[in-house]
Design a protein around this ligand. Structure first.
Ligand code: GMT
Length: 375
């Protein structure tokens, strides 16, 4: 198939997933055309056959108060679809990508262009549920030739918020478990922690929904009982506050901010526990990537996280915004070496058995076929 993929190219689960999907589909012989505002971050390092990139150039002009991204994208999608003879557009993140795809479809009636929208989370739970956006998001979803969501939870929430009767196919996020795998890296581990210290890791875009301040607070409590360090991977809105809080709590030497790391498979395996305090999370791709590296997770009981983490088996789940409870769970686990090691093995096993790219990507291929064959 010839597939156009649109996503946000920067750091964020939806863009990462869309890029990994494109790479995997290309390896399976499909011709992939990324149509994005800049090259997606995970596409930058290597050479991939069957992958093409088309910049959706956003034209600015003094009369525009805001550059018209949605229109520029729609125009590029339609142009590329016609010139490259695409079978399908697959857009990630409904706003505004599904609306742009709708426009592109209308402009490309002569070639019968179809589009699939994959809902990722905040496009539904935060932005899309703003009263102004509900009707246009509902419209763009309902006009899609196919809709997928990355968890059962997100599918259900979408139906509730938009009161839509559209069929939503749940296709879980995936991870390449050949690339993301446990690895013994004693030298790298020694750079960050003493032998007796445990390593906790957090990875996100530091947006308010991630509640990174609570992650620092939980860690401060854990550190009182368990010799440990916290690696904070990523960057974003609350980075400065998180940094300041670590200083205020007097734990700055134990909290190491590593910034955004593209090849995170080179750091995840040194961790003992992944931690995330989100108040919204439709899936939690970073939790899955950690699990594939044999790292269990301490997560909040929200959204799709309980679908990714098997409670008591591959991680522990605490009520959201309950720093005390999460710290208690973390301390108990980190002090119980047998349980922790068991969870590490089970995390890897679950990632391989349920969320491997070779299991999930064929689900997308089958869905594409279904959509292309329906009238
Ligand atoms: O979480 C973010 O802020 C990024 C966001 C995105 O759209 O890039 O992530 C969403 O999509 C990811 C990939 O499907 C999911 O793993 C995340 O859980 C989801 N984030 C939220 O729902 C908050």
């Amino acid at each position: 198939m010839k597939i156009g993929i649109t996503c946000y190219p920067g750091v964020g689960g939806s863009g990462i997933l869309a890029t990994e999907l494109g790479i995997d589909l290309a390896k399976r012989g499909h011709e992939i055309h990324f149509i994005t505002s800049s090259p997606p971050i995970r596409l930058t390092q290597e050479f991939y056959e069957n992958i093409y990139f088309h910049e959706a150039e956003v034209i600015d002009y003094p009369v525009f108060k805001y550059p018209p991204y949605t229109l520029c994208l729609a125009a590029t999608m339609s142009d590329i679809a016609k010139r490259m003879k695409l079978d399908l557009l697959h857009v990630h993140y409904a706003i505004p990508h599904a609306s742009s795809a709708y426009l592109a479809k209308q402009m490309s009636r002569d070639i019968g262009l179809k589009y699939i929208t994959t809902l990722h989370g905040t496009d539904v739970t935060l932005v899309g549920s703003q009263p102004l956006f509900i009707p246009i998001t509902r419209f763009s979803i309902e006009e899609s030739d196919g809709v997928t969501a990355v968890s059962e939870h997100l599918s259900q929430v979408t139906k509730e918020i938009f009161e839509t009767k559209s069929d939503i196919e749940v296709i879980y996020n995936f991870v390449d478990t050949e690339r993301f795998k446990p690895a013994d890296m004693p030298e790298r581990r020694a750079k960050y922690a003493l032998p007796e210290q445990k390593i906790l890791i957090h990875m996100s875009n530091f947006r308010p929904v991630k509640q990174v301040l609570n992650t620092i607070r939980v860690f401060e409590k854990i550190r009182r009982e368990v010799p440990s360090v916290l690696l904070m991977v990523g960057d974003g809105q609350q980075w400065c506050e998180a940094n300041k809080l670590a200083v205020q709590l007097g734990i700055q030497d134990s909290v190491k901010f590593l910034g955004t790391i593209n090849a995170i498979e080179h750091i995840l395996p040194i961790a003992d526990l992944f931690i995330i305090n989100s108040v919204k999370e439709s899936f939690g791709l970073a939790v899955l990537e950690a699990a594939a590296c044999g790292v269990p997770a301490l997560v909040t009981d929200i959204g799709g996280l309980p679908e990714v983490v098997a409670e008591g088996e591959t991680g522990l789940i605490a009520p959201p915004e309950d720093v005390e409870s999460m710290a208690k769970l973390g301390i108990e686990l980190l002090l119980d070496e047998t349980k922790l090691n068991d969870m590490k093995l089970k995390s890897r096993k679950r990632a391989v058995e349920l969320f491997d790219n070779n299991i999930i990507v064929p689900q997308y291929e089958a869905y594409y076929e279904k959509v292309l064959n329906q009238k």
